[in-house]
Design a protein. Sequence first.
Length: 194
Amino acid sequence: MNICSINHIKEFKVNPNWARVGILGYYKYNSKIYLLMGRYKVSENYEQLCAISGGFKRTKEQIEEGAQREFTEETEEFFGKYSEEIKKDMLKAPIMFSTGKNGIDRILFLLDISKYVDGLSIENLKKMFKEHFKNKKNTELAGIDLIEINKIVHNYCETEIYSDFINFMKKNKIYRNENLKKLINQISYSKCIY
């Protein structure tokens, strides 16, 4: 698994031609872990699940600024009132990354979103997400969704997962195993003992 802190990611070479940054949010609810995913509208009747990320403007912003900007844009400011908290929490969050031949090509902050959703049920959040995106026009995503972690890492979702994210999971050795779940549980446990 390629994982580090914000201080260490800046020591690595980021692909100068193409890099994506974002937030891989997770939510622990009723002893299950859910990942916050984007619903990318491929065509009128076809969606794929994707990471909430986008292009990094490396000459204009820091990595964490780009990741938060993309998260805000892609979620259509659903978490807008928590922007300052998210910014602070990102600086403490572990970062997963993947590399290609020209350096790091994807950076995702692994962020616990539970304090931004006030303990709401998965069903209520899914309704709120749909309502939030219902009247949005010209959005990059058709919506956002919480998907149980096993459905993502073992690839048995009702909605197909975008191949780029599958490649990211494979590069990080979190595909078709329990490694991401173990990492999130370890992060959650570490928070409890401080």
